[in-house]
Design a protein around this ligand. Structure first.
Ligand code: GLA
Length: 394
């Protein structure tokens, strides 16, 4: 059994245990790692994420004939014991937040679908996943997009990737309370295997960029998790909005380095630094897309080094042990590839885009770091897979 088959088997078994019958269908949505364009999506800029071979899988089927036909029932297999991991709510009454965070991801999606004018039919679902939670690999986006796709399939809505992504984002914004952008959900919904997704977060236009066959995507989990990530994230977003307001533009996407410097008088130095990161980061997306397609590891090394420093010094979302690990890996890689902090930050993961042969250099650097670090880091190479889709069981 491969990874995905095991996950499907777990979702199937969980459904059977929870509801006493077999599920009728399955869908999957992948986790995501962002290669460049960090803290840029909610500033309407360009980003370059890619879906990874870790997924949320939803097994689903019709409602129980015995219970009320208007019920939506869900069980989340990775979210605690059978009691706390179960949820059911009435599709006719207004949908209110649940007691657990995961319940709000499900309830939020069903409510968001309603706000987009789509009616979800009563159903039952079991959700299982292997995207590491809280590591910056978009486990929430995978969860939300998978739930939205299961609802769409079950209710005959035929929703496209953009709508699935918007629904999952709205659920997080309004029901879960995280002011996240659209990047993770779009990458989870619309990625193409062996490609990264160049996404314009203002228009949602997207273009798959081939990942050169000489390159490997490695994620180095630092093991560090900072609590209050959501409030710190929301705070950064508010800082960016304050700068946009200062300049009278819709979003920081509408500035460039020259405009930023010309209008910086009277701008708080911290806000200035935040904007400098965003404006510079948007400019770094195109060279990384080119380097990715060409397999230009020296260019990746240079641009990703700049990107990491900018996130650490100007956007202030790194931590000293993460900076040390990034520097160790960058040194070990030399011109063989780049490394930088990925995701929201405040802990989480580094991503390296490097020649396959450089894998041992990354492993050695991580081992050296672990010899003295309080928390061991772990490197893992992922395969870029395609976005959310129904699973055809042969
Ligand atoms: C989180 C959010 C994304 C994006 C990144 C930072 O992962 O969910 O929308 O803002 O942080 O790039």
């Amino acid at each position: 059994m491969d990874r995905r088959e095991r996950l499907i088997a777990r979702a199937r078994q969980g459904y059977r245990l929870a509801f006493g019958v077999e599920p009728t269908r399955f869908v999957a949505a992948p986790g995501v790692v962002n290669l460049i364009g960090e803290h840029v999506d909610y500033n309407d800029g360009y980003v370059l994420p890619c879906a990874i071979d870790r997924e949320a899988i939803v097994a689903f089927g019709p409602p129980s004939p015995e219970t009320k036909q208007k019920l939506f029932e869900a069980v989340a297999l990775d979210m605690g014991d059978m009691a706390s991991a179960r949820d059911s709510f009435d599709l006719v009454a207004p949908i209110r937040p649940g007691e657990n965070n995961w319940q709000n991801h499900v309830r939020g999606v069903v409510q968001a679908l309603g706000r987009y004018g789509h009616r979800v039919r009563p159903m039952r679902m079991a959700i299982a996943g292997d995207v590491p939670i809280g590591a910056g690999l978009s486990s929430s986006a995978a969860f939300g997009v998978a739930v939205a796709l299961a609802c769409s399939e079950h209710s005959g809505l035929s929703l496209g990737a953009e709508t699935l992504a918007k629904v999952a984002q709205l659920a997080e914004n309004d029901f879960v309370g995280c002011a996240c952008g659209i990047m993770d959900q779009m990458a989870s919904a619309a990625s193409v295997a062996d490609h990264a997704l160049l996404l314009d977060c203002r228009t949602l236009q997207h273009l798959p960029i081939p990942i050169h066959s000489s390159l490997a995507i490695t994620v180095i989990d630092t093991g560090l998790r900072r609590s209050l990530t959501e409030s710190a994230f929301n705070h950064r977003r508010a800082e960016c909005e304050a700068v946009a307001q200062h300049f009278g533009v819709k979003a920081l996407r509408d500035l460039d380095a020259a405009k930023l410097e010309a209008g910086a008088a009277g701008l708080d130095p911290v806000l200035h630094a935040r904007a400098r990161h965003v404006v510079g980061e948007i400019e770094r997306v195109e060279p990384v897309a080119v380097a990715l397609a060409r397999g230009d590891t020296a260019l990746l090394a240079e641009v990703m080094r700049e990107a990491h420093l900018s996130l650490s010094l100007d956007f202030d979302v790194s931590l000293p042990p993460i900076d040390q690990l990034a520097a160790l890996i960058a040194e070990a890689l030399g011109d063989a590839g780049g490394v930088r902090l990925t995701g929201a930050g405040f802990g989480g993961c580094l991503v390296a885009v490097a020649a396959h042969e450089a894998g041992t250099a990354i492993d050695d650097a991580v081992a050296r770091h672990n010899a003295t670090a309080d928390l061991p880091a772990r490197a893992e190479t992922f395969k870029p897979i395609s976005g959310a889709a129904p699973i055809v069981i042969g």
